[in-house]
Ligand binder design. Sequence first.
Ligand code: SGN
Ligand code: CA
Length: 525
Amino acid sequence: MIHSLKRLPYLLFVAFCFAPRANAESQPNIIWIFSDDHAYQTIGAYGGRFAPLDPSPNIDRLASEGMRFDRSYVCNSICGPARAAILTGKHSHMNGFMDNYSRFDGNQQTFPKLLQDAGYETAVIGKWHLESNPVGFDHWDILPDQGHYYNPDFINSDGKYRVPGYVTEVITDKTLEWLENRDSSKPFMLMMQHKAPHREWSPAPKYLTLYDDVMIPEPYTLFDDYSGRGTAAKNQDMSIAETMTYGKDLKIQEKDERDLLQRRLLRRMNPKQLAAWNAAYQPKNDAFLEANLDGEELVRWKYQRYLKDYLRCTKSVDDSVGAIMDWLEEAGLSDDTIVFYSSDQGFYMGEHGWFDKRFMYEESFRTPLIARWPGKIEPNSVNTDLVQNIDMASTFLELAGAPVPPDIQGVSTLPLLEGEKPDEWRDSLYYHYYEYPGFHSVRRHEGVFDKRYKLMRFYGKDVPNGEEWELYDLKNDPDEMNSVYANPEYAGVVEELKLELVALRDRYGVTEENTQPIQGNRKKR
Ligand code: SGN
Ligand code: CA
């Protein structure tokens, strides 16, 4: 028995090498529409307080014609690591991209390379944020680093160049152009990856005044004092009240600093774009300065400005989804193409007084995931199983009929998309965030979530005694306002989840070393 177990990796490898390759007839096109920091709370199809504003009619259409995943989570709630997890199907410690200071090793196995082997034409257009250039793509045209909203630079295999226009529209146009001119003899896998709605939430000229006359509903946790939670929640630096900047984030400047801000904006905008920007913001900014707000009223004003700009950005992303769906319809490819919509992680829309992400708390741990494939996925269906971004690589490979290498850690969601639930589907998720010290000061933590309970372990530098635990019961406390870790009634749950955490670390190969601060040269970004 021991002997045959030892041979298991070899046998799996042999099985992988000799697994049948798919035939081209049955290989669907795959479109992965991905945005940056798009909170599920702001997608109409997910319901919630923004739904009455109808913020996302096209994404909602995708959901009504396909499947909405209500328990889709990330393994590490930050940009680069989320993207690396999707490309490799592996947790951060296995693919080496643990925080935004990392550099992606493009020599490693990724699903686009495997799809190329399976006969696919592959492309990535838009935000990439992995530092090294893309490998495994027949076509790539990416934003350097975070990219810019106005007149963005792009890099492709010929070098860097600047494109006039608004980034979301430019990415959409480039995508449509690629779709028109691709090698149509092959199935394709296309990743259209938007920069929006990333900070500093700069809207397109045509949406600068959208929602001007609307009051955006507030979350009841806007003035959370973190009394029921741990030190990490108290000591973060991501609050609307304190962290958000007047100039860049809130687009406002005292009279004597206006020239400075205008010069900064002109570095990216042309005079016409700047004129439209000023016409939209100046009157509202003057009224704000006149009102001289402070205390809670000031936070409320900042919340309105933040949310409106954010929703204006997501409106352009939603238009982009509509444009791709229209193109597929016109090209007669809707039935042959599975379209996914997702984001690199979730985001705080003022819940707990925050913006940004990183924490394993629900708003940033969870991310939207919607898939449409006419005739294959039941319209208007909702899945509530635990899925994670590491599952996408296996999903794409299985869709393509390509073998899934045994070292990929995620599991294909194809059975779920087809409306089945495999008996052995997972009942808990592993999470690990590493970027500390770093922007927004969120302490390093790992944790386990089983649909009802979430156990989190903060550790290392600036955590009292080097380790601090939190436990939330999401059935009784969906907004995670009170950690029940120290409550004796939950002692049994704590014990069980600690065992589960150990089992998950073991399953995913998390070592002691992985929970030490990251060493080596890290470029400041
Ligand atoms: C920038 C932002 C941060 C954000 C990180 C990571 N600051 O540094 O607010 O958390 O990106 O975002 S900004 O002032 O430059 O906008 S991520 O989505 O790329 O991980
Ligand atoms: Ca992001």
